[in-house]
Write a protein that binds this ligand. Sequence first.
Ligand SMILES: [Zn+2]
Ligand SMILES: [Zn+2]
Length: 361
Amino acid sequence: MSAELPETMRAVVVHGPEDYQLEQLPVPTPGPGQMLIRVEAVGVCASDLKCYHGAAKFWGDENRPAWAQTGITPGHEFVGTIVQADAEAVNHHGVEVGDRVACEQIVPCWKCRYCLRGEYWMCAPHDMFGFRNYNGAMAEYLVVPKEALAHKVSKDLPPAHAAFSEPLSCSLHAVERANISFNDVVVIAGCGPIGLGMVAGAKAKNPLKVIALDMSDDKLALAAKCGADLTINIAKQDAVQIVKDLTEGYGADVYIEGTGHPSAVSQGLNLLRKLGTYVEYSVFGSDVTVDWSIISDDKELDVLGAHLGPHCWPAAIRMIESGVLPMDEICTNQFGLDDFQVALDMVADTNGASVKVSILP
Ligand SMILES: [Zn+2]
Ligand SMILES: [Zn+2]
């Protein structure tokens, strides 16, 4: 089953760091078991920017090979409408042509040790839309392989809001890693798109208090709308002291780091109580140095990592559909494909007022 499709489409192509071009390419033809979707929105992620600027994590260095590839279309936070799919594809994904879907960014191999154990988000080859072996969504059309995980999303949502299911699922996974209890004081560092989702996720776990930290009063105001009980501007206030004062001097039970700034690591170690839980979500641009004896001898902390949003997509989509989040204020900027460079530059401007920047191809 197929709709009338054009022969060519506009797509951004990665030629190398800081060399992304908008090109005219043939509309791809899905193979057996694959689906073609008309992309409605793709969010621009901090990781897209790190890749754009040539970070070693993506392009390799003397210690590791490159993971990202040239010749690929970027964009991994997307939502689109299925315009072509055979019976094998619709049965496999449990969808129909015409449905709106968001796909998980990772395309698992389903063969490696992790995939076979259900730990697909740590898939060893680690293929991902927009970075490696699968074209992403900064294009009018995109092929969804059978290996991908597609989730239906309500057509009532504005496209940019629907595409926010990717970052929100990542936030919710970080929150789940924290194993929050009802009596916990939970501190979230950073109120960008990921931190705001962590605030909303932590609030949904109904702990004693959710405290949000940032350096922007505007972003803190948004964190309050996402459910923060207390906000602290770390540029003006002493977060460690405030949290200690609030907790009879003990410190916070849980700290979830979503800033990517090295100073947020020691801040977290310092404001946690003994036996507290630290969750690290960020990707850092450089090595971070801290006193590890805080983790061992001083506080016996649980330090946990978090990557992607496994098993959290249905919850993230439900949360967006429910209307509890101030989505109009989170999705601050939308651009057409012609302005993809403006969108990238806006995300690169970390002092700017934007929260979630999206491209509507
Ligand atoms: Zn992302
Ligand atoms: Zn795998």
